[in-house]
Design a protein around this ligand. Structure first.
Ligand code: S6P
Ligand code: ZN
Length: 195
């Protein structure tokens, strides 16, 4: 999509983005994400009862020549599969030079990041904060709250989103509901797979 070079302003809400002409919307349900959850038995059991909406994304991929900003919004539902909180699939930006900014609008969560050498970081996501995602780090958002988590995103256009590496490696950490709240624990299924 090429955004015309005219100024505009719109409210910072999913509804406004959803009705903005250049924005593409997509939805991910539990059935689309079943292989991403660590507890596959709990995932299959949950699916028998329902196929809930896990997250929605609105994206304005500005592919016009010379343009350097794309933007979007993500809304992650509250919920768990077993003890694991709902999350986005997560991806690398191929080329590793496309940084990204997240602006947290509503809710609370955890941003999981890791680089291909296995270095992992977890960052809290709180309302009115920004989170910076370095271009070489895979990123996944986990909603650890009982309400929806909504964040606005800005990134350079023409980035290739690499989901295949996450499918092969997983994330080094899982975010689970513990006795004293959310806890990030090592993912026993994580392995570094060379390119
Ligand atoms: C794009 C940016 C976000 C995610 C969205 C959904 O670079 O990081 O817009 O696309 O949060 O996550 P995922 O992992 O399914 O693309
Ligand atoms: Zn990204």
């Amino acid at each position: 999509m090429a955004l015309p070079l005219i100024p505009f302003n719109i409210p910072l809400t999913p509804e406004a983005l959803n009705s903005f002409h250049a924005v593409k919307a997509s939805q991910r349900r539990l059935g689309d994400l079943i292989h991403y959850y660590s507890d596959s038995i709990a995932a299959k059991e949950s699916l028998k009862a329902d196929n809930p909406l896990v997250y929605e994304v609105w994206e304005m991929e500005n592919e016009a020549p010379g343009r350097c900003l794309s933007f979007g919004m993500t809304r992650v539902s509250p919920g768990k599969v077993g003890r694991e909180y709902f999350f986005t699939r997560g991806h690398f930006h191929a080329g590793e030079d496309g940084d990204e900014l997240y602006v947290i609008l509503k809710g609370r969560g955890v941003l999981l990041l890791f680089s291909k050498d296995g270095h992992c970081e977890t960052i809290d996501m709180l309302p009115d904060q920004i989170c910076y995602v370095p271009g070489h780090m895979a990123h996944r958002v986990v909603n650890t709250d009982s309400k929806e988590l909504v964040f606005f995103t800005v990134w350079p256009p023409r980035i290739v989103h690499d989901y295949a590496t996450i499918t092969k490696m997983g994330f080094p950490k899982l975010v689970l509901a513990g006795q004293n709240g959310p806890e990030a624990v090592d993912n026993p299924a994580f392995s570094i797979v060379p390119d």
